[in-house]
Design a binder for this molecule. Structure first.
Ligand code: UGA
Length: 433
């Protein structure tokens, strides 16, 4: 089957390479010249374990071809996947759908045959229906069917989450071709008994919003417990462990720390609230405001803990920040809690040295005024506090005795509850969370 993937960012590149790897002919469309140049030579513009190999394998086999031409795509493809970004608007918390709309505006007038367009991007409820009308207005020669097939992949697990997903959700219109087509495209995946849930398009759009809202709520729940534990002198990790044994609760996504970040959860809960407001159902999601507030409070609290450890002021203090990515095994710094904390401390007068195994280049672009060290050792040299803000295994496995010889004061703040407290305190460190 000839599949076109429009937008070769994180989602699109993973989808395109994975679909090519299961035998489809795939044309990836990327209009950004820098990204296009990289992708064409088998390089990814971001870090994702295993994906560079898969990209090269599928490019070499000829199953995947990359272009910047919408006219080539329109003439060649049978099914068109939308995989462009839907970032938060600069002016308000709702989703910016201009990239999604631009795909329809560019593609549909160039279609010479009927087409199925399948959205994968995260969008507010009602988008597929709105795009159907938009497409119909753009062409009277062809029929365009629009379906929505939300993506649930996590950065760091893109290939596994695409080829062995927990479920596939498809939102489509009745009597259309989308369900049968999706069954054919995803046949090898569905053959492994992956649940396949077919709904109307609004429900499919809402499934994605609901999933990310639930995950965000779970993280903020345990972080709220962390606040209570701090006040009560209790142990939040033990609470997470104990409640997680109840299968109705589960252990996953119950890790406390400086909270969630990245290009998805923060913007998705805000867009969900905005969308509910437009629908007249704002009240239903007011709890997400609290989820967001708890999450943001974690970052501020981390800064106050650091300041407190330095005797009440960060002015003139040297802080080593270990971690810049929003989570390990990623070079993504979008809405990264670690960088947010680093930036806040610098604004309070601290000299902040940041080190991350993968995300340095992206961090420099976003926060150019911070100092970026070449190694853990350089970041920790003469530090008054060491803060572990992304749980890379390199940091989790640090030897506190060795790091202790580099610093000015042995105070470590474990922003991800990822260090072995006993090891650090035995090595003479004051351990704080
Ligand atoms: C998230 C969802 O997990 C995916 O299912 C979804 O497809 C994706 O968003 C998306 O909408 O595209 P991702 O942003 O890659 O995936 O990252 P997660 O693994 O969900 O982590 C999000 C944030 O939560 C990270 O900052 C992480 O450090 C934090 N987190 C996660 C916690 O603080 N505690 C936890 O227990 C788990």
């Amino acid at each position: 089957m000839r599949l076109v993937v429009l937008g070769m960012g994180y989602l699109g590149a993973a989808h395109a390479a994975c679909m090519a790897s299961i035998g489809h002919e795939v044309l990836g469309v990327e209009t950004d010249p820098a990204r296009l140049a990289k992708l064409k030579t088998g390089q990814l513009p971001f870090y994702e374990p295993g994906l560079t190999d898969l990209l090269n394998k599928t490019l070499d086999s000829g199953h995947l071809v990359i272009t910047n031409s919408y006219s080539e795509a329109a003439a060649w493809g049978d099914i068109f996947f939308i995989a462009v970004g839907t970032p938060q608007k600069r002016s308000d918390p709702s989703a910016d759908l201009s990239f999604v709309d631009a795909v329809i505006d560019e593609l549909v007038p160039q279609l010479r045959h009927d087409a199925l367009i399948v959205g994968k991007s995260t969008v507010p409820v009602g988008t597929a229906a709105r795009l159907s009308e938009r497409a119909a207005a753009l062409s009277d020669k062809v029929t365009v069917e629009i379906a929505w097939n939300p993506e649930f992949l996590r950065e760091g697990y893109a290939i596994k989450d695409t080829l062995q997903p927990d479920r596939i959700v498809l939102g489509c219109v009745e009597n259309g071709s989308a369900e049968q087509t999706a069954r054919e495209i995803y046949e090898p995946i569905l053959n492994t008994e992956t649940p396949f849930i077919v709904t109307d398009t609004s429900t499919a759009e809402l499934v994605k919003a609901a999933a990310n809202a639930f995950l965000a709520t779970k993280i903020s729940f345990i972080n709220a417990m962390a606040e209570v534990c701090l006040a009560a002198g209790a142990d939040v990790l033990a609470i997470a462990k104990a409640i997680g044994y109840d299968p109705r609760i589960g252990h996953r996504f119950l890790r406390p720390g400086i909270g969630f970040g990245g290009g998805c959860l923060p913007k998705d809960i805000r867009a969900f609230m905005a969308s509910a407001g437009e629908l007249g159902a704002a009240e239903a999601l007011t709890f997400l405001r609290e989820v967001d507030a708890i999450n943001m409070r974690r970052r501020n609290r981390m800064v106050s803990t650091a300041s407190d450890s330095c005797g009440g002021s960060l002015l003139g203090k040297r802080v080593a920040v270990l971690g810049a990515a929003f989570k390990p095994d990623s070079d993504d710094v979008r809405d990264s809690p670690a960088l947010n904390v680093a930036g806040q401390m610098q604004l309070q007068g601290a000299s902040v040295a940041v080190y991350d195994p993968r995300a340095m280049a992206n961090a420099r672009l976003l926060f150019p005024t911070l100092f970026y060290a070449d190694s853990v050792d350089q970041a920790c040299k003469d530090a008054d506090i060491v803060m572990v803000l992304t749980e890379w295994s390199e940091f989790v496995n640090l030897d506190p005795v060795v790091v202790g010889r580099l610093v000015r004061a042995r105070t470590v703040i474990d922003g991800r509850f990822c260090l072995d407290k006993r090891r650090w305190t035995d090595a003479g460190w004051e351990y704080r969370i």
